[in-house]
Design a protein around this ligand. Sequence first.
Ligand code: SF4
Length: 229
Amino acid sequence: MIQALTDTPVEFDIEALMGRVHVQPATADAKTFARLVDMASEVARPKALLAESFVEARGEDTICIDGVTFTSRMLRANLDQVERVFPYVATCGHEMDAVSLPRDEFLAEFWWDTIKAAALTAATKHLQEYLQQRFLLGKSASMNPGSGDVDVWPIEQQQELFGLLGDVKSLIGVELTPSFLMVPNKSISGIRFATEKDFRSCQVCRRENCSGRAAPFDEALWESIRHSP
Ligand code: SF4
């Protein structure tokens, strides 16, 4: 079953967004930024696409889901006791990429990207609420191709992941570049699954000084996947 969620509610918290990009209130920058938020409120249509899928086979470092084989020891280990999974793509929506930004404001693109990220957060939140209501998913975690150290789950497997979700471009307007990045850039893909563990890809990522780090590097977990199963 593949389902598109195209009715994501989105409301931008302008003060929080301005704080994030260090725009001071009551300045010319604040005025321009507010104009961008107004534009985003008009056009933004965050969306998500999900499938209810099932694990069909497990190899040493592979896992087969609905006939598609993924190669990742970490994914294999995380899904060791899991039968049902939810491949997904969530996005800020391609509508935000069609907007003409003010040419006289050199920070406009950066600010717009921050607003797009907020739209993506709305899409992800809506998706998680839907999984909870529709499938009673409970406590869950997600793995994303390309997150964590390079070989944790290679980004090239975006192609297989998209293969589980049908025509992603026509359903929610997200496409893959030849280097497996997503357009719009504020999109995320992954597999969500029920688990009691607090797994985050950051635990198996050695990148230093990452502003997005959500959990410290976990040497023991990293070592465990190098020697498992
Ligand atoms: S530390 Fe940064 S780069 Fe590494 S997985 Fe976390 S957010 Fe991604």
